[in-house]
Write a protein that binds this ligand. Structure first.
Ligand code: ARG
Ligand code: ZN
Length: 883
C-alpha cells in the first residue's frame, strides 16, 4: 500500500528507553527487549500500541513484568498489537527469536562471512524485535550482547562500552554498550565476530578524548590504515568547516563483505561495505581510495546531519542524505582538487540522476508517496538533494550559509526534523524568503534553461536572455542561481551588470533579460559556472566560441564543459546521421573521415595538452575524456539507437587518438613515476596516473597494435592496481588472444581477492561486443560468483545493465532478458538488490521503437509473475506506468 506525506501524524506512543539483551547464535538468536513506553501527548489518547515486525517469532511478552493474557494482544511475524495499553508509562518486555544465517535480505541482523552485523535503515530494526520503527520515535539504548567467545571475540554496539566479561561455565562472553544520545531505531547496530582492529586516538576541539577504530577481516588490518586516517581527517574537518565535534568516547567502523549499500551511519558504530574500507596499492585503484575517503567522511558527517538531527519521516530523507552528500563533497574538494572534484560530481549527477529524472522513475527530491521506502535511496534524493544545498550556499553566500547551518543544528539537536525546519534556519539567518526556492524539493524533472545573447558594438552592451522550463509542466518558476561571466577572444572580460552579484544572477522569473555594459567585443557567455544549478543549458554557441571558453574561461568547470559540449555535438551529429542512413552503409572504418569540426576539436585539445597537461594532469585527463554513451543517449532523449551512439563516439575517440598520436608516448613518458618511487594515493599522483592512462586509452583506439604492446608492458610492470586495471581495460577493448590471455592471468592472480575479482567481472561485463552475453553466462558459473553477495551481483550484472548500452539494449532483447532473469532469481534472495538492479531499465522508453517494445514485453512478462517482492513490484509498476 502507498504511504503519503500528507498522511503524516505523530506516533500515539513514545519509547524513551530500550534495554536489549541479545544472545547471538547462528540460527537461534534470542532478543529480549525491554521498552519504556508512554502515551505521546501529541497522539490519540487510548490508542492501541501497534508495533512493527517483519518475519519475527514471538517467544514471550510481559507488561510491567506480568505475562499478558492472550486476548490482550495480537501477534504475527509482521506486527504486535496491544489492544488497550495503559494510559500511563509502562514497561513492555518482548522476547523474539531470529535466524541471522537465513537472513539473505541483509536487513536486520544477519551474518556476513561468519560476522554478525546489522542493517536497520530504513526499516530493518523490526526484523530484530517488535518496535515503533519510525524515525520520529527516539530512544536511549542500552544493549547487552552475548556470544560464543570463539565465534565472536569482538562484540560492538552503539555508544560507549560498559561492563564486559565471561558468562561462567558456558564458553560465552558478553559486552554492554550504552548510547546516551536518543536515536531512532534505524540507527541501531551491533557487530559480533572475529575481526582485526587498527586504531588511533583523537582529541576533539572540546578536549574530549576519542578512540577511533576500524575493524576488518583477520589479516586485513594493514588495508584499513587509509580508512582510519580518513576518519581522523573527517573529524578534524567537520570541526573546522562546520563547528561539529564528535560526541562519544569511541568511534568504530566495521567492514563486512555482504552489504546492500555503501555503508551505514549507525551511532558510534558505522558499518561498511568492505569495498569502501579496504585499500592497498596492490588491490585498490585511485578511484577506490577517493571513494573510501568520501564514504568514510559521508558516514562520519551523518553523526550530526542525520543522527543528532534526524528525519521526522522518510519523506524527509534528503534532509540527511542530500545535506550529507554536500558535506562529503566539500570535504573531498578540500582534500583534493576542487575543480576536478566538481567535474566528477557533475559527471555522476548527469550519468545517474539526469536519466532518472527524465524517465518513469522520476520523483521529487522530497517524494510525496512511496510503496517501498528502500526504493527511494536514489540519485535524486542524494545527488540532486546535495545540489539543492549547494544552491542555498550560492544564493546566501558562505557566511549566511554557515550561520544557517549552525542554527539548523542547534535548533534541531535531538529532534526529528523536516525540510521546512532546514529552510527556516537559513531564512532566519539571511532574512530571505525561501518559499519560492523550496519548489526545488517538490518538482521532479531536470529544468531546462535556454539562453540567447546579443551584442551591440555601438553601445558596448551585451544582452542576455534566459528562459526556464520544466519538462511536462508550467507551474511557478524555480529560483535558479546562474553563476556567470563573459569571455572575450583573448581572455575574460570585465563587464558590469548590476543584477549580477558576486558573479551570480538569480533567475526567479520564467524568463528574464539582463544587460552588461562596457563590453567592447562580442563576448562568449560562460553560464552556470561551477554548475551552479542542476539544469540543462541550451544555448546556440558555435564550436569556435566553445573552444574560446576552453582556452580562456577562468572557471575550470566551464572549460571542461566547453570541450564536452563540442564533443557531444560531434557525436550527436554523427550518431543521428548514421541512424538515418540505410543499414549496410556502415563500412567499419570506411566512413571514418573526420570533418573540419572534428579536426578543430582535436587541434584545440592538442594545443591545450601542450600548454597545460603537465601543470594539472587530473584536469587534463578530464578534458580529454568524451561524454559517455549514456550522456549522449540522454541528450537525444528519444529514438535512441545505442549502436549508432557507440559507433559515433568510437569514431570521434579514434579521430582524437590519431590526431594526438604523436603526443601520446611523450606524455606517458613525462608522467611516468621515477623508477622505485613509492606509491602514493594522493590526488596529485592519482592525477598523473589518470592522464597517463587516458593517453594509453587513446593509443589503444588509435593504434591497436601499439596500444596492445604498451598495455601489455604496463600490465607486467605496474606497481599498483590503477595502472594494472587501466592496462587491462585497454586490452579488453581490443578483441584477440592478447585480451583473453590477460584476462585469464588477471583472474588467476586475484582469485583470492574478492574486491579485485569484482573489477574483473565488471570489466568483462562491459565489453561492447555480441560475445559478452556468452561471457557473462560463463562468469555466472564462476566459483566466485554468488547471488548472496551484492557486490558480485552489481559487478557482473549491474555493470552490464548500466555500463554496456549496446549489449544490454541489444535489438534481439537478449540483454534485457539476461537482466530480467537475474532480477527474478535475485528477488527470492535479496529483494532490495533485485529492485535496484531492475532500475537499469529506467530509460527504456528513450530507446528506438523496436528496442523499447522488446524491453516493454520483458517487463510486462515479469509483472505477470506471481510472488514478486514489494520492492520489485514497486519498481516494475512505476517503470511500466502509462504503457
Ligand atoms: N544511510 C546510508 C547512507 O547513505 C544508506 C543506507 C540505506 N539503506 C537502505 N536499506 N536503503 O549512508
Ligand atoms: Zn548517507
Amino acid at each position: 500500500q502507498t504511504i503519503r506525506l500528507e498522511d503524516y501524524r505523530p506516533s500515539d506512543h513514545l519509547i524513551d528507553r530500550v534495554d536489549l539483551d541479545i544472545r547471538l547464535a547462528p540460527h537461534d538468536t534470542r532478543v529480549s527487549a525491554t521498552l519504556a513506553v508512554r502515551p505521546n501527548p501529541a497522539g490519540v489518547p487510548g490508542a492501541p500500541l501497534v508495533l512493527d515486525g517483519d518475519e519475527l517469532t514471538l517467544l514471550g511478552l510481559a507488561l510491567d513484568g506480568q505475562a499478558l493474557p492472550a486476548d490482550a494482544f495480537a501477534a504475527s511475524p509482521g506486527g504486535l498489537t496491544l489492544h488497550a495499553p495503559p494510559q500511563r508509562p509502562f514497561t513492555l518486555t518482548v522476547e523474539t527469536q531470529i535466524d541471522p544465517t537465513a537472513n539473505t535480505k541483509l536487513m536486520g541482523l544477519y551474518r556476513s562471512g561468519g560476522v554478525y552485523c546489522t542493517q536497520c535503515e530504513a526499516d530493518g530494526f523490526r526484523r530484530i524485535t517488535y518496535f515503533l520503527d519510525r524515525p520520529d520515535v527516539l530512544s536511549v539504548y542500552t544493549t547487552r550482547i552475548e556470544a560464543d567467545r570463539e565465534e565472536a571475540p569482538v562484540l560492538l554496539g552503539n555508544g560507549d562500552p560498559g561492563e564486559a566479561g565471561a558468562v561462567p561455565g558456558t564458553g560465552r562472553h558478553f559486552a554492554v554498550w550504552h548510547d546516551p544520545h536518543p536515536k531512532p531505531a534505524y540507527l541501531f547496530a551491533l557487530v559480533g565476530g572475529r575481526l582485526d582492529r587498527v586504531s588511533a586516538p583523537f582529541t576533539t576541539m572540546e578536549g574530549r578524548a576519542v578512540t577511533v577504530a576500524v575493524y576488518v577481516e583477520p589479516g586485513k588490518g594493514p588495508r584499513a590504515d587509509y580508512a582510519l586516517d580518513a576518519v581522523l581527517r573527517s573529524m578534524r574537518w567537520d570541526e573546522a568547516a562546520f563547528g561539529r565535534p564528535y560526541d562519544l568516547a569511541v568511534f568504530n567502523v566495521v567492514a563486512v563483505s555482504d552489504f546492500n549499500m555503501g555503508a551505514m551511519e549507525n551511532k558510534g558504530l558505522n558499518i561498511f561495505n568492505d569495498k569502501y574500507v579496504l585499500a592497498d596499492p596492490e588491490t585498490a585503484t585511485d578511484t577506490d581510495y577517493a571513494n573510501i575517503e568520501a564514504v568514510i567522511a559521508h558516514e562520519y558527517f551523518h553523526n550530526w546531519s542525520g543522527n543528532r538531527v534526524t528525519c521526522r519521516d522518510w519523506f524527509q530523507l534528503c534532509l540527511k542524505e542530500g545535506l550529507t552528500v554536500f558535506r562529503d563533497q566539500e570535504f573531498s574538494s578540500d582534500m583534493r582538487s576542487r575543480a576536478v572534484h566538481r567535474i566528477g560530481e557533475v559527471r555522476t549527477l548527469r550519468a545517474r540522476q539526469f536519466p532518472e529524472d527524465a524517465g518513469p522513475l522520476a520523483h521529487p527530491v522530497r517524494p510525496r508517496a512511496y510503496a517501498e521506502i528502500n526504493n527511494f535511496y536514489t540519485a535524486t534524493v542524494y545527488e540532486k538533494g546535495a545540489e539543492i544545498v549547494r544552491m542555498i550556499r550560492t544564493l546566501l553566500g558562505p557566511a549566511a550559509f554557515r550561520a544557517g547551518m549552525d542554527r539548523y543544528f542547534s535548533e534541531n539537536d535531538g529532534r526529528a526534523a523536516t525540510v521546512e525546519d532546514f529552510l527556516s534556519a537559513f531564512a532566519a539567518e539571511s532574512g530571505r524568503d525561501l518559499s519560492a526556492f523550496a519548489r526545488w524539493y517538490e518538482r521532479p524533472g531536470t529544468p531546462r534553461v535556454s539562453a540567447a545573447g546579443s551584442h551591440d558594438a555601438q553601445t558596448g552592451r551585451y544582452t542576455l536572455s534566459l528562459r526556464q522550463s520544466l519538462p511536462g509542466g508550467d507551474g511557478a518558476p524555480l529560483v535558479i542561481p546562474v553563476a556567470l561571466g563573459l569571455v572575450g577572444a583573448a581572455g575574460p572580460l570585465e563587464a558590469t551588470c548590476e543584477r549580477v552579484r558576486d558573479g551570480v544572477f538569480v533567475l526567479e522569473a520564467a524568463s528574464d533579460t539582463i544587460t552588461f555594459a562596457g563590453v567592447a567585443e562580442p563576448p562568449v557567455p560562460s553560464l552556470f559556472r561551477g554548475f551552479s544549478a542542476p539544469v540543462r543549458l541550451e544555448m546556440d554557441l558555435g564550436d569556435a566560441e566553445r573552444l574560446t571558453l576552453l582556452r580562456h574561461d577562468t572557471d575550470p568547470f566551464n572549460r571542461w564543459q566547453a570541450a564536452q559540449s563540442v564533443a557531444m555535438r560531434l557525436i550527436l551529429d554523427r550518431a543521428t546521421a548514421r541512424a538515418q542512413e540505410a543499414e549496410g552503409a556502415e563500412g567499419a572504418e570506411g566512413a571514418e573521415e573526420a570533418g573540419p569540426a572534428a579536426a578543430a576539436y582535436a587541434a584545440a585539445l592538442g594545443a591545450f595538452l601542450d600548454a597545460e597537461a603537465l601543470a594539472d594532469p587530473a584536469f587534463a585527463a578530464l578534458v580529454l575524456g568524451l561524454p559517455g554513451e549514456g550522456d549522449v543517449a540522454n541528450e537525444m532523449g528519444r529514438d535512441v539507437d545505442p549502436d549508432a551512439i557507440h559507433r559515433a563516439r568510437q569514431a570521434l575517440r579514434r579521430h582524437l587518438g590519431r590526431s594526438l598520436r604523436g603526443r601520446l608516448d611523450p606524455l606517458r613518458a613525462a608522467l611516468a613515476p621515477a623508477a622505485g618511487a613509492p606509491f602514493s594515493p594522493d590526488a596529485a599522483s592519482a592525477g598523473r596516473r589518470a592522464l597517463a592512462n587516458a593517453a594509453l586509452d587513446l593509443l589503444g583506439i588509435a593504434d591497436p597494435e601499439a596500444g596492445t604492446q604498451a598495455a601489455e608492458a604496463q600490465l607486467a610492470a605496474a606497481t599498483n592496481m590503477t595502472d594494472r586495471l587501466a592496462a587491462l581495460s585497454v586490452l579488453a577493448q581490443i578483441p584477440g588472444p592478447a585480451r583473453e590471455r590477460a584476462l585469464e592471468a588477471f583472474g588467476e592472480r586475484y582469485a583470492d581477492e574478492p574486491l579485485v575479482l569484482d573489477k574483473w567481472f565488471a570489466l568483462q561485463a562491459t565489453i561492447p561486443e555480441a560475445g559478452t552475453l556468452e561471457r557473462i553466462a560463463r562468469l555466472r558459473r564462476h566459483p566466485a560468483f554468488a547471488m548472496t553477495n551484492p557486490n558480485r551481483v552489481r559487478a557482473l550484472i549491474g555493470s552490464f545493465g548500466l555500463g554496456n548500452p549496446t549489449q544490454f539494449a541489444r535489438a534481439d532483447g537478449a540483454g534485457f532478458a539476461l537482466l530480467a532473469e537475474t532480477v527474478e532469481a535475485l528477488d527470492r534472495v535479496n529483494p532490495q538488490i533485485a529492485a535496484k538492479l531492475l532500475t537499469t531499465f529506467g530509460s527504456w522508453r528513450m530507446l528506438e521503437p523496436a528496442r523499447s517494445s522488446r524491453a516493454g514485453e520483458i517487463l510486462s512478462r515479469m509483472q505477470a509473475r506471481p510472488g514478486l517482492s514489494r520492492d520489485v513490484t514497486d519498481i516494475l509498476a512505476r517503470t511500466l506506468a502509462g504503457s
